[in-house]
Design a protein around this ligand. Structure first.
Ligand SMILES: *Cc1c(COP(=O)(O)O)cnc(C)c1O
Length: 372
């Protein structure tokens, strides 16, 4: 089991040869960070830190068990009520991470002769939920509602339950889904509709609840999922839905049932983060203004940048060229990751700029001027 015969060795060699090998690099705090998802800088906010310290003093660190055993406490229920109000749904359930939420919910919903229709660019956790469910699934072309309708026409009636899934803001392309159009199709074809707001929560909408809020669609979407780990600066995830679906997930989502509850201090941080976002909605506005300023600057210099949010992808195509650009930016003091297949489609390698509300105009100008 060594040398070229070994599957692991061959796998790694192939990844290396194709410029696709991934490696862990501890974060260098001297670099200007354009890689993270802490879009509002809340991960270091004094309000979150204080909430964590107080909760550790009251509750200790670990939860000690899953919530269905002895890991539940009142603070989880407070966060769930707050999240439900924030998202405009009757109920909410906390999951340990966005990944666990997606695999748990999707596999629970589609287990019984179900079918799933999902956007081709859906996050890996959504796709893995599809695999885990054992349901048949069809992927529609990115943001192509005509293709979705074609697939619905062809396949919907052969199945008892159907679930349509999309992200609201796409994680690697930074563009928006046509949520109102999909809601129309969901109604026409009698499907459940689930939206992943991982990159929209805390940013879009007048209360910062997400793109669903901004478009006034919460009552037409059955399941709104999102994370506390990105713009909210904390950790974990939520599902906002009806009271009945919540009860169903508590009884059927295996990633919820069979995993230790998050530490209470993390729940306290998420509670504080929602309060801050609601009390200070200017944060999201500053962020989106920054992103527009930056994107317009790059466009003016002829760069192939896309998106309509704080995520600004610069499409390169070739894996090695994307790595080279990322390397050049690193030398100049900016941490901008190259994103390569399989995270994005083959031939779509890119560098992905994550703009934050903490980036000053001066920093954005300097970075844009590199592309002169
Ligand atoms: C980050 C992300 C997740 C996973 O969330 P974690 O809390 O990091 O596990 C799920 N869906 C989308 C679209 C994401 O970008």
């Amino acid at each position: 089991m060594t040398g070229d015969d070994c599957y692991f060795t061959r796998f790694l060699k192939q990844r290396r040869d194709e410029g696709l090998l991934r490696a862990l690099t501890p974060r260098n705090r001297n670099l200007i960070d354009f890689s993270g998802n802490d879009y509002l800088g809340l991960a270091a906010h004094p309000g979150l830190k204080q909430a964590v310290k107080e909760a550790v003093d009251s509750f200790g660190v670990g939860s000690g068990a899953s919530r269905l055993l002895s890991g539940d406490s009142e603070i989880f229920h407070q966060l769930e009520e707050k999240t439900a109000r924030f998202k405009g749904k009757p109920a909410a359930l906390v999951f340990n991470s966005g990944y666990q939420a997606n695999i748990g919910i999707i596999s629970a919903l589609c287990r019984n002769n179900g079918v799933i229709f999902l956007d081709k660019l859906s996050h890996a956790s959504i796709i893995d939920g599809g695999f885990l469910s054992g349901a048949k699934f069809f992927r529609f072309r990115h943001n192509d509602c005509e293709h979705l309708q074609e697939l619905l026409n062809k396949h919907r009636r052969k199945f008892k339950t159907a679930l349509i899934i999309t992200e609201s803001i796409f994680s690697m392309d930074g563009d928006k889904a046509f949520l109102a159009d999909i809601a129309g199709l969901k109604e026409e074809y009698d499907c459940l509709f689930m939206v992943d707001e991982a990159h929209a929560t805390g940013i879009f909408g007048s209360n910062g609840a997400g793109l669903v809020e901004e478009l006034g669609l919460s009552c037409r979407i059955d399941i709104i999922m999102g994370t506390f780990s990105k713009a909210l600066g904390s950790f974990g995830a939520y599902v906002a839905c009806s009271k009945e679906l919540k009860e169903y997930f508590i009884n059927s989502a295996r990633s919820f049932i069979y995993s230790t509850a998050l530490p209470p201090a993390i729940i306290a941080a998420s509670n504080a983060a929602i309060d801050i976002v609601r009390q200070e909605p200017w944060r999201g506005k500053v962020l989106l203004d920054n992103a527009k300023y930056f994107r317009d600057g790059l466009l003016a210099r002829g760069a192939d940048v896309r998106g309509d949010s704080q995520i600004v992808p610069y499409i390169i195509g070739d894996n090695r060229q994307a790595l080279e650009l990322s390397g050049k930016l690193l030398q100049k003091g900016y941490w901008v990751p190259a994103v390569r297949p399989p995270t994005v489609h083959i031939g779509q390698a890119r560098v992905r700029f994550s703009v934050t509300s903490n980036h000053s105009r001066e920093v954005l100008d300097k970075l844009v001027n590199i592309f002169e």
